[in-house]
Design a protein around this ligand. Structure first.
Ligand code: FMN
Ligand code: EPS
Length: 334
């Protein structure tokens, strides 16, 4: 499955070491001003090449190929393309027959009987550039509705002082290792009433979207796992005439938005590709030792923030457009 959403449908395409990656969006409302300049800043936030990320030098320049006429969306499919500029695929020859522990090599091999060993093909975090491009378009739609999305790294390997993140990451990297972290995403300005009551609950859709990002191993909404240790009187969000007095629910009750901020957190695992020697097997089932070279993120949590924002934006825009599809026509008098 390479398509996400029902009303604002996003298909991503491309491999990490292919000529390009990109996204096709079907269902974007017509008449919205849109240019590459609306998408590029979010892609720049995700781009590799920073001091604490993979040194792969990608410019990640997006081009809109279709769906915009005279600066406005036409309501027809938007095609966004991002060329891959720095693949260096031969650096990955040693991995052709070896499964990297913690990566998707073994499962792709078992499922498809072949695999693109050059940076993992579509299992690469590189694919998330395409999601971010689509998410940036979703955010343009949401902005016009007064909805905003933001994200932040809460901790790295249990350390919650942002001034210590770089130290913790560099320490692990120097030892040939990697670290994980926790990231929070929020959406504000959400109207009450988005989502479905039974199947397709808004919180379920958010969890699936966030868990659908590589390296995400846990999702919680609002109080999340912490709610299990609270009393009902502590966890309930009491109300007065002005609205909710707290937001333990994280903005969703019964699968439907409450109108309060949506708050979700994700647990991001340590980067699987590490320089330390690890035991594995090859495609012939022989036992091997592997020490992974190449360009890898020492801490994916730092890079995942715009990706998580993009996925949350895609869920919300989809729920918003679904709501519009079923909206009562007040003018009809029915
Ligand atoms: C933005 C981003 C960057 C990533 N960078 C790397 C990386 O440099 N090296 C690596 O081994 N995995 C990296 N990953 C993680 C793998 O893509 C992921 O662990 C792999 O596909 C297996 O999927 P799973 O962890 O969800 O089971 C990255 C993921 C994301 C979302
Ligand atoms: C290229 C990106 O991240 C990549 C994600 C990734 C992985 O295994 O997920 C492995 C590395 O790719 P390669 O080994 O081909 O350099 C990262 O650089 C990107 O985020 O744009």
């Amino acid at each position: 499955m390479n398509t996400f959403g029902r009303h604002f449908r996003v298909t991503t395409f491309g491999e990490s070491h292919g000529p390009a990656i990109g996204a096709v969006i079907d269902g974007c409302p017509a008449g919205m001003p849109l240019s590459e300049a609306d998408i590029q800043p979010m892609l720049d936030r995700r781009r590799p090449g920073g001091p604490l990320s993979s040194p792969r030098a990608e410019t990640d320049r997006v081009e809109i190929l279709s769906g915009v006429f005279e600066g406005k969306t036409t309501g027809t499919p938007l095609a966004l393309i991002i060329p891959n500029r720095d693949v260096r695929s031969h650096d990955y020859d040693a991995l052709r027959e070896v499964f990297r522990p913690g990566h998707a090599d073994y499962t792709y091999w078992k499922k498809y009987g072949l695999r693109d060993h050059r940076g993992g093909g579509r299992s690469s975090g590189r694919e998330t550039a395409a999601r971010v491009a689509a998410g940036a378009v979703a955010l343009r739609v949401l902005e016009r509705e007064g909805i905003s999305v933001s994200g932040a790294v809460l901790s790295v390997r249990g350390e919650s002082d942002p001034d210590r993140f770089a130290v913790v990451i560099r320490e692990a990297q120097a030892a040939g290792d990697s670290v994980g972290g926790i990231v929070e995403v929020r959406a504000a300005g959400i109207p009450a009433g988005l989502g479905s009551p039974v199947f397709g609950k808004l919180d379920a859709a958010i969890a699936a979207a966030l868990m659908g990002i590589g390296a995400v191993k846990g999702v919680e909404i609002g109080e999340g796992f912490g709610a299990a240790a609270l009393l009902g009187s502590e966890n309930n969000d009491a109300m007065d005439a002005t609205g909710f007095l707290s937001n333990h629910a994280g903005g969703v009750l019964g699968g439907i938005s409450t109108g309060a901020e949506i708050v979700a957190r994700i647990a991001v695992k340590p980067t699987p590709s590490i320089a330390l020697s690890q035991r594995t097997v090859d495609t012939a089932g022989r036992e091997r030792e592997v020490s992974i070279r190449g360009r890898h993120d020492p801490c994916i949590a730092l890079r995942i923030v715009p990706v998580a924002e993009a996925m949350l934006a895609l869920v919300i825009v989809d729920a918003l457009l679904e709501e519009r599809a079923y909206a009562v026509n007040d003018a009809s008098g029915l």
